[in-house]
Ligand binder design. Structure first.
Ligand SMILES: CC(=O)CC(=O)SCCNC(=O)CCNC(=O)[C@H](O)C(C)(C)COP(=O)(O)OP(=O)(O)OC[C@H]1O[C@@H](n2cnc3c(N)ncnc32)[C@H](O)[C@@H]1OP(=O)(O)O
Ligand SMILES: NC(=O)C1=CN([C@@H]2O[C@H](COP(=O)(O)OP(=O)(O)OC[C@H]3O[C@@H](n4cnc5c(N)ncnc54)[C@H](OP(=O)(O)O)[C@@H]3O)[C@@H](O)[C@H]2O)C=CC1
Length: 284
């Protein structure tokens, strides 16, 4: 299958990053978000990061200009009608995702591949919201998308070999390494990472140490590039909570119970870096 035009759904931190790497690699990109302000913020972020890459000599001014021109923004999901691939990156919520996939199934031609960047939700269930489960697949990028090499590729029960190969090749064309994993809650990445982050939150909740100390232990002691609480703020505490809830519900095992402090912060709107407040405070 030939992929030329890609629609990215959701202009949040992941959607904007995915749109950026697709455009830099030469794809025509449509970035969709129902919220025009969010769309503008997404495009601005892309331009800022590309300008930084020019300053660092990683890309030329001409390449930056061409990449920006390859991204068109749209507030109409109907424009997915002439896309070969749609990559969905909206909030980690099954109802929201299945509603979007059911809409995309109506709008796009039957050969269009529908991929989700979900962090943890079952691909098979998302695929079941469409009449083309063979063309639905998990394409899980890591944050920050322009930097991280991995794309976890997850087949649903019905995903075809041809679709899997196309998505693997597309990920490689973005200069990423595709790793195939099976469809279980949290896949591999978040089944391993998120309980570590949740446990770090428990150490703060139980007064074992302050956030700074927890992060220092993991950075200096385990050579992690970011401490787990800084990383949680970076990912988004809402996303961390939704992933823990998916693990907890999906496996029915209490070892995945989300820390009450994580719930409290999310209820307070302390969603981490994107909200200006999480375990740490952020000012622009
Ligand atoms: C939740 C999920 O479902 C899955 C996930 O994504 S889990 C999260 C996975 N990601 C991680 O674990 C990230 C862990 N952190 C890191 O790897 C590093 O701290 C980091 C790459 C984010 C930053 O690295 P650093 O050395 O601390 O900072 P810094 O020197 O500023 O940045 C290193 C490079 O990354 C780039 N970078 C940093 N943040 C960036 C961003 N948000 N967007 C684009 N590029 C970015 C910088 O421009 C810099 O590029 P050069 O090497 O070309 O100069
Ligand atoms: N953060 C991370 O580190 C990673 C996240 N992911 C996954 O990527 C996806 C997006 O995460 P991320 O970019 O971090 O999140 P952000 O919070 O940055 O962006 C969320 C996006 O979801 C949209 N959205 C929120 N609520 C709704 C709704 N009710 N209906 C439709 N759209 C909605 C937002 O739209 P609007 O702007 O209009 O509000 C926005 O486009 C999630 O599935 C997450 O699990 C995957 C890998 C890493």
């Amino acid at each position: 299958m030939n992929i030329n035009k890609i629609m990215v759904i959701g202009a949040g931190q992941m959607g904007a990053g995915i749109a950026q790497v697709c455009a830099v690699s030469g794809y025509d990109v449509l970035l969709y978000d129902a919220n025009e302000e969010a769309l503008d913020r997404g495009i601005k972020g892309i331009e800022k990061r590309l300008a930084r890459d020019v300053t660092k000599g990683k890309i030329s001014e001409d390449d930056k200009h061409a990449s920006v021109l390859r991204i068109k923004k749209t507030a109409s999901i109907d424009e997915a009608a002439d896309c070969d691939l749609v990559i969905e990156a909206v909030v980690e919520n099954m109802d929201v995702k299945t509603k979007i996939f059911s809409q995309l199934d109506q709008i796009t031609p039957e050969q269009t591949i529908l991929a989700t960047n979900t962090s943890s939700l079952p691909i098979t269930e998302i695929a079941a919201a469409t009449k083309r489960p063979d063309k639905v697949i998990g394409m899980h990028f890591m944050n920050p998308v322009p930097v991280m090499k991995l794309v976890e590729v997850i087949r649903g029960l019905a995903t075809s070999d041809e679709v899997f190969e196309t998505i693997k090749q597309t990920a490689e064309s973005l200069n990423k390494t595709a790793v195939e994993v099976n469809d279980f809650p949290g896949f591999v990445s978040n089944r391993v990472l998120m309980p570590m982050i949740n446990e770090a939150i428990y150490t703060v909740y139980e007064g074992v140490a302050e956030p700074e100390a927890v992060d220092e232990v993991m950075k200096l002691g385990m050579n992690h590039p970011m401490g787990p609480l800084t990383l949680a703020d970076f990912i988004g505490l809402d996303t961390c909570l939704y992933i823990m809830e998916t693990l907890h519900e999906g496996f029915g095992d209490d070892k995945y119970r989300p820390c009450p402090l994580l719930r409290k912060y999310v209820k307070a709107g302390w969603l981490g870096k994107k909200a200006g407040r999480g375990f740490y405070s952020y000012t622009e």
